[in-house]
Design a protein around this ligand. Structure first.
Ligand SMILES: Nc1ncnc2c1ncn2[C@@H]1O[C@H](COP(=O)(O)OP(=O)(O)OP(=O)(O)O)[C@@H](O)[C@H]1O
Ligand SMILES: [Mg+2]
Length: 257
């Protein structure tokens, strides 16, 4: 089992759609047993993947786990993909609650290690914040993928998130950065320049930059329809690019510039 946290402290960078589409591709094209974990109180991943109304997920998800209670994964609407759901109550766990009496920083890591034989790949959709659930995710994860929108705020924020991930090595010495995934790319001069500069600076720091995912209106359509690109628009460029991303993530290797 390998666990990847999908993380960026900035909001709206494509963390959730990356989790969904990567999970669908891993299960369908590679036959992997995939578990998706929703670590965000916005619960967008849960909304998308849950088979029925969220109220049907009677036993707790990640928030119950953090309270020391039972949690269970549910089959999602995607074949081969299970879901550990989130709900709004996750908001109650802010960073100050982490490591305090009543919350166990290892809760998710321990729960996952008991299920190591059940899944091949685990993807954790993180919130755009260093919340207690995000800390749990980074303690449980083997590596981190950072979806990044190529704008000035996103690029400036990258150093910060990488620094925070490095700090987490005190609690999880095996944690590594799998790479940065440029998302919502559109091919104009500004974006091409920003991407080239990003690739260059990541190469100097020894961090991988995956091939970009283009901005596409198929993506919004797929979220409205609550179907991954493999089903909603299998011939679209963005579906193809997510397949390349999964291929590169699973195979590892050198920079993809
Ligand atoms: N490649 C893309 N092309 C077009 N739209 C995209 C693309 N990727 C993501 N989006 C859209 O951007 C919005 C934000 O995506 P998403 O929810 O995955 O980001 P997020 O990082 O999970 O956000 P949050 O930080 O709020 O959790 C969604 O409306 C999604 O449909
Ligand atoms: Mg999200």
């Amino acid at each position: 089992m390998r666990t990847t946290a999908i993380m960026n402290l900035k909001g709206g960078t494509g963390k959730t759609v990356t989790t969904i589409n990567a999970a669908a591709i891993m299960a369908r094209r590679y036959g992997l047993r995939v578990l998706c974990i929703d670590a965000d109180s916005q619960a967008s991943l849960t909304e998308f993947l849950a088979r029925g109304p969220r109220d049907d997920l009677v036993l707790g998800g990640i928030s119950d786990l953090m309270r020391g209670m039972t949690a269970r994964a549910y089959p999602s609407k995607l074949r081969g993909v299970d879901l550990l759901p989130a709900d709004e109550s996750l908001m109650a766990f802010d960073i100050r609650s982490f490591n305090q009496e009543g919350t166990d920083p290892m809760a998710l890591a321990d729960w996952l290690s008991e299920r190591a034989e059940e899944y091949d790949r685990v993807l954790i959709d993180c919130p755009p914040a260093f919340s207690a659930a995000a800390m749990e995710a980074l303690i449980a994860a083997d590596d981190v993928v950072i979806p990044l929108k190529l704008d000035a705020f996103g690029i400036r924020g990258l150093a910060n998130i990488m620094e925070q991930i490095r700090n987490m090595k005190r609690l999880n010495s095996g944690l590594s950065i799998a790479g940065v995934l440029p998302t919502m790319y559109y091919p104009d001069e500004l974006q091409s320049k920003a991407e080239a500069e990003l690739r260059n600076s990541l190469r100097l720091s020894g961090i991988r930059c995956f091939r970009h995912i283009r901005r596409s209106n198929k993506m919004d359509g797929s979220t409205f329809d609550q179907r991954p690109l493999l089903d909603y628009s299998p011939k679209s460029k963005s579906c193809y690019e997510y397949k390349l991303f999964v291929h590169d993530l699973l195979l590892g290797g050198e920079d993809d510039g």
